[in-house]
Design a protein around this ligand. Structure first.
Ligand SMILES: [Zn+2]
Length: 269
């Protein structure tokens, strides 16, 4: 299978789908990460041009680590708009990769680039099968299944996952992926949370910081969707699972059915 994860920034795919990616890769499936923006705004010190290069190198470290493709598009970070040009670029990209499954942000999210990325993917969804749109790249015959990555926003509609994946066994891989982005997880994001002085100097301390960082953002998911976790993994294992990634089908892709769910999410019991 071919899985396409489309995030707005270089590190979104890792944070929301790094675990399921490790599971897909272990089973021999192909995964591609896309950052729709170039990440140039995500730092308090580096100039834009320098940061762009640093973040591109960070994505390629993840690509090497995970054995995946990681493409960073040229759209400017913090300024993404759902334009026709950006939509056509994504239609061409999706057609060339021919994914079985696309994972992306939801349209309601705090970050304007996340919202715009979601809009772009939703707007590309049906158009990928329309030959007269972007005629230079052959159209797909079948619309891929699309699912949303998790978020915690409640208004106007909260995230409602139907797919939850136990990522406890691959937690270290997510930390490895985060380690590829020191400009983010050890510099910029701590700075945005006014805790840049809390970053340990030693490797073990820095890794523990990443674990706690992930726990703050991902940790509440398993309890928040415990009913779905128990329905998926049964009462015994379902109660003890601590770390999950969660996905909600997007209505603009092909439907996620009981049948194709078994194929698209082969790690589920
Ligand atoms: Zn982002």
């Amino acid at each position: 299978m071919r899985i396409l994860v489309i995030g707005a920034h270089p590190d979104d795919c890792e944070m929301k789908a790094g675990g399921i990616t490790a599971l897909y890769r272990a089973a021999g499936h192909q995964v591609k990460f896309v950052s729709v923006t170039n990440g140039e705004s995500g730092h308090h010190r580096y100039p834009l041009e320098e940061l762009k290069k640093i973040r591109l190198a960070e994505t390629q470290a993840v690509a090497k680590l995970m054995g995946i493709e990681y493409e960073v598009l040229g759209n400017r970070d913090g300024r993404l708009q759902p334009t026709i040009e950006a939509r056509f670029e994504l239609i061409a990209l999706i057609r060339r990769y021919q994914p079985d499954l696309i994972l992306t942000h939801r349209p309601n999210d705090y970050h304007p680039d996340h919202r715009a990325t979601s809009t772009l993917v939703c707007d590309a969804a049906y158009m990928v099968i329309v030959p007269h749109i972007v005629p230079e790249v052959p159209a797909l015959r079948v619309n891929p299944v699309i699912a949303y990555l998790s978020d915690h926003f409640q208004k106007p509609i909260p995230f409602e996952p139907t797919v939850v994946v136990d990522i406890g066994p691959v937690l270290e891989s997510i930390l490895d992926q985060m380690t590829c982005h020191p400009s983010q997880f050890h510099e910029w994001l701590p700075w945005t949370m006014c805790e840049e002085n809390k970053i340990p100097a030693d490797a073990a301390g820095r890794r523990e910081y990443l674990r706690q960082f992930l726990k703050r953002f991902n940790g509440p998911l398993a309890d928040r969707y415990r009913d779905v976790v128990i329905a998926t993994y049964g009462p015994e294992r379902g109660k003890s699972i601590e770390w999950i990634e969660a996905f909600e089908p997007c209505e603009y892709g092909s439907p996620l059915t009981d049948e194709n769910k078994k194929t698209l999410f082969p790690m589920l019991p």
